[in-house]
Design a protein around this ligand. Structure first.
Ligand SMILES: Cc1cc2nc3c(=O)[nH]c(=O)nc-3n(C[C@H](O)[C@H](O)[C@H](O)COP(=O)(O)OP(=O)(O)OC[C@H]3O[C@@H](n4cnc5c(N)ncnc54)[C@H](O)[C@@H]3O)c2cc1C
Length: 417
């Protein structure tokens, strides 16, 4: 095995979490190495929706980056809102922002991960980042003052020693998480998802609203239809793994059955064509507060299980955690401290801003188990503009979203048409 020169900071994975960590480290002029087992462009099974949080993190990096999305309509579709379809078939349209007149660009975008991830990767700054693609992390050994890691490129094994900080951005099946923190899959906090690309789906929203369909046969999961550039759509379904096991559900069959038999969907898929295969992948949910760091390591994105338990969005938290990881590493270098006790500051920084949101989403995930409650809220919102605006504000304002956890919110709805 070859020994390579010491490298202080190593990021494993160049998805949204790893790229965000690298981009912010470069902005702070901190040299580092990025190891990625694939080369780009590469696919990642996903709904492809880029939430407002992704846009906000990119703006903190460089406000002009959003322009890039606007200049590439074949890869990035602006999205202005979300449509919820309740189990009774009633739907409500909720714009991402209450007042969109003066917005310079859409609050969110939809982009195939093939395009989005390759774009992020192309922005890595090789002045500060040594980027090793087609290179896989194989093993990690603890040393007294850091880690030694074994990596594989083609048939060649190499070791990098004296890694002061290892950033696990290696996704759902994270080796960093498994080896350093004993991370395991927990069915109560884990979702299975499948994704298909279709052309020819009709009835998509003119402002490219993403659609979440809470169909009776798919509860407590849902089916989504997200419009894509070039007239395509990302269609998929997700459900908590615990429910899949309990109900013995075959997600792919259930999704295809819904498309075939649900009257509203059937009409919209009449001339639709499946492009390629239906693919599956897991979603490690952030419905449980877990440690995100230890001696000489930080976990970001899916490696840290940070996906929103209600919407299934994980790219925003992956990039947000990457940004915080880079800022924390700057502090570690200043204080020459990479130990667990100091790294806890990273966990605090992440959960301080995101835990309330994850907790609320967990409550909403549980609400889906009660279709009558879902039907009730959607029925009310269907008739009541003020309620639709209230839900709209919930996308921007956590205090507003907290209302959903308060039984009084529902009591007030009963007496308010
Ligand atoms: C079906 C489905 C639908 C989803 N829909 C959405 C959505 O619409 N919007 C949204 O925001 N989120 C969605 N998510 C979640 C989102 O895909 C993830 O949260 C996001 O990809 C996390 O980014 P990441 O960088 O942490 O991990 P990843 O994107 O998985 O990137 C990890 C990277 O690490 C590399 N890697 C892995 N192991 C190694 C190794 N040993 N050595 C070197 N490199 C390695 C991989 O090749 C990969 O490039 C969905 C997920 C699924 C499964």
């Amino acid at each position: 095995m070859n020994q390579t020169q010491a490298s202080t900071i190593v990021i494993v994975g160049a998805g949204p979490a790893g790229c965000a960590t690298s981009l912010f480290l470069s902005k702070l002029k901190i040299p580092h190495t990025v190891i990625e087992k694939n080369s780009f462009p590469r696919d990642k099974v996903c709904g492809d929706a880029l939430s407002g949080k992704v846009v906000q993190v990119l703006k903190q990096l460089d406000p002009s980056l959003i322009q890039h999305f606007q200049n590439k309509p074949n890869a990035f579709l602006p999205s202005w809102g979300v449509q919820f379809v309740a189990p009774n078939g009633k739907s409500i349209d909720i714009p991402f922002k209450k007042d969109m007149q003066n917005e310079p660009h859409a609050p969110g975008f939809i982009s195939k991960r093939m395009d989005f991830d390759a774009t992020l990767f192309s922005w890595l700054d090789t002045t500060y980042a040594t980027v090793l693609t087609e290179t896989t992390l194989i093993d990690i050994t603890n040393e007294s003052d850091g880690h030694a890691i074994t990596i594989q490129h083609k048939n060649e094994l190499k070791q990098i020693t004296d890694v002061k900080m290892l950033v696990g951005a290696d996704g759902d099946r994270s080796i960093v998480g498994k080896k350093l923190i004993g991370r395991k899959k927990e069915n109560k906090h884990y979702c299975a998802g499948i994704r298909a690309y279709y052309s020819g789906v009709t009835g998509l929203h003119e402002q490219n609203f993403i659609e979440l369909h809470f169909l009776k046969d798919l509860l407590p999961g849902y089916l989504w239809i997200f419009p894509l550039p070039n007239g395509q759509a990302n269609v998929g379904a997700g459900m908590l793994s615990a429910s899949i096991s309990a109900k013995k559900i075959n997600l792919k069959e259930s999704m295809l059955k819904a498309i075939e038999n649900n009257p509203a969907l059937k009409a919209r898929f009449k001339n639709a064509e499946l492009q390629g295969k239906i693919e599956g992948w897991g979603l490690p949910l952030g419905s449980k507060k877990r440690p995100l760091s230890g001696d000489h390591f930080l976990l970001t994105g899916d490696a840290g299980s940070l996906i929103d338990p209600f919407t299934g969005e994980g790219i925003g938290n992956a990039m947000y955690s990457g940004m915080l990881a880079a800022k924390h590493i700057q502090k570690c270098i200043e204080k020459n401290s990479f130990k667990a006790a100091f790294n806890e500051q990273y966990d605090h920084a992440f959960y301080e801003r995101q835990w309330e949101e994850l907790k609320l989403s967990h409550t909403m995930q549980k609400m889906v188990k009660f279709p009558w409650l879902f039907n009730f809220v959607v029925n009310k919102a269907h008739k009541n503009k003020l309620l639709r605006e209230t839900i709209s504000c919930m996308f921007e304002d956590l205090d507003m979203r907290a209302k959903l956890r308060n039984p009084l919110f529902y009591l007030k709805l009963i007496g308010n048409d």
